[in-house]
Design a protein. Structure first.
Length: 250
């Protein structure tokens, strides 16, 4: 009885550490300009586990030039924009400009149009099928409702693409002039053994692209965030929720 109680207690501590203890992963990439990009993905509000205050604090610590959200900011269980989400987005926007693309969860929300209307009124930048340039760095968004759109990137710029699904890299890796693609969706493979995740939606068992910075070819990199929240699978193992800081060095 005592042994099982101790074991349950220790498992609880490990579970809390793995699921609710936010970490920051950092990378530095040569570019035409200097810029701090904070990459957030798969928050799954209101099922994020990690407190919104912690996300805001850690994001601010990164001193971002711009914040990129690559889908599933909201869980498909969300019914409407509530005060907590509104306040979170308002505070996030006060830290740095926020670019947003949808994920598969957003497009299943009945009142998404109303929710996004309030987001965009707050100043969150709608990057779905759109692009924004900051000096010589351009950001392009893949819309979840039109994943096969053709990108018209300025190949003279450093081009950043926000796309929820990392497997979209197979379509986008040639001919578009992309320097880095930011994705999520895979939740790091949920359970990681060494550097490998066990499962990811869209990629199946033992998926290739679940987490980390990948060199796709000479010009293009792919960064997959392990995300912050949880959806149907409620446990992370060897796979803490994360914020990614990408430093572009001009």
């Amino acid at each position: 009885m005592i042994k099982s109680t101790i074991a349950s207690f220790l498992l609880g501590i490990i579970s809390a550490h793995e699921n609710f203890n936010l970490t920051i992963r950092k990378h530095e990439i040569p570019a035409s300009e200097t810029m701090n990009i904070v990459h957030l993905s798969d928050i799954h509000y209101p099922k994020q586990g990690v407190s919104l205050k912690s996300i805001l604090f850690q994001t601010k610590q990164c001193d971002p030039t711009i914040i990129c959200i690559t889908g599933d900011l909201m869980d498909d269980s969300l019914k409407e924009m509530d005060q907590s989400l509104y306040d979170f987005l308002s505070h996030l926007k006060d830290i740095a400009p926020v670019l947003y693309v949808r994920g598969n969860h957003e497009v299943r929300i009945d009142k998404l149009i109303n929710i996004e209307k309030k987001m965009f009124e707050l100043g969150i930048i709608n990057l779905n099928g759109n692009h924004h340039s900051y000096g010589q760095v351009s950001f392009y968004g893949i819309d979840e409702l039109n994943r096969y759109q053709i990108l018209d990137c300025n190949k003279e710029h450093f081009n950043v693409v926000l796309a929820h699904h990392p497997e979209d890299v197979y379509r986008l890796q040639e001919g578009f002039g992309i320097d880095i693609m930011l994705s999520g969706h895979a939740h790091g493979g949920q359970i990681r053994i060494g550097n490998h995740g066990l499962f990811a939606p869209g990629q199946g068992i033992l998926p290739r692209y679940t987490k980390g910075l990948w060199q796709i070819h000479d010009r293009m990199r792919l960064n997959i965030s392990a995300g912050i929240g949880m959806s149907s699978f409620k446990q992370r193992i060897n796979n803490r929720p994360e914020i990614v800081l990408i430093r572009l060095k001009g």
